[in-house]
Design a protein around this ligand. Sequence first.
Ligand SMILES: Cc1cc2nc3c(=O)[nH]c(=O)nc-3n(C[C@H](O)[C@H](O)[C@H](O)COP(=O)(O)OP(=O)(O)OC[C@H]3O[C@@H](n4cnc5c(N)ncnc54)[C@H](O)[C@@H]3O)c2cc1C
Length: 130
Amino acid sequence: MIQATEAQTIIRTDLNELEPLERWHRGRVVLLGDAAHAMTPNLGQGACQAIEDAVTLGQCLQAVEGVDAALDLYEKKRVERVGQVVADSRRFGEVAHNEVSPPCLLSGEPFQDLFRGLYMEPLERIVRQV
Ligand SMILES: Cc1cc2nc3c(=O)[nH]c(=O)nc-3n(C[C@H](O)[C@H](O)[C@H](O)COP(=O)(O)OP(=O)(O)OC[C@H]3O[C@@H](n4cnc5c(N)ncnc54)[C@H](O)[C@@H]3O)c2cc1C
């Protein structure tokens, strides 16, 4: 497929991670999704975390008196969890996309252990915490 694809039809877009923001809201403006925490797609979590942001934001606005306090609570509830997912996703990518990984890492038990630690365990933790 790669050989059959004309080079000029390929669009290359680098993947970037957003540096942690100091704040997610100012006044009545609040960020969620990639605007707040763009991450590498290695765990398939960017949109999932955006949906969690939206649900949490709705809950906070409903539960707390005053927009500013509600947005503070939303940010507080989300920053740590999302930061963990961003870091887990980065870690998995560093190994999975490392062009110099020794071939022994890619097969057999060492890889399965690595895969479990870098991929399955973070995903299980994410699901447990929902
Ligand atoms: C290769 C790849 C694979 C992925 N796989 C997964 C996956 O399996 N599971 C998962 O959960 N996530 C995945 N993601 C991540 C997911 O795509 C993003 O996290 C998600 O789309 C973020 O949604 P968002 O609404 O925050 O931002 P976006 O989807 O970027 O939406 C923002 C929108 O705002 C528009 N916009 C920007 N500026 C302006 C402006 N000034 N005026 C008007 N409109 C504007 C943009 O055009 C865009 O439509 C993947 C990402 C990549 C790159």
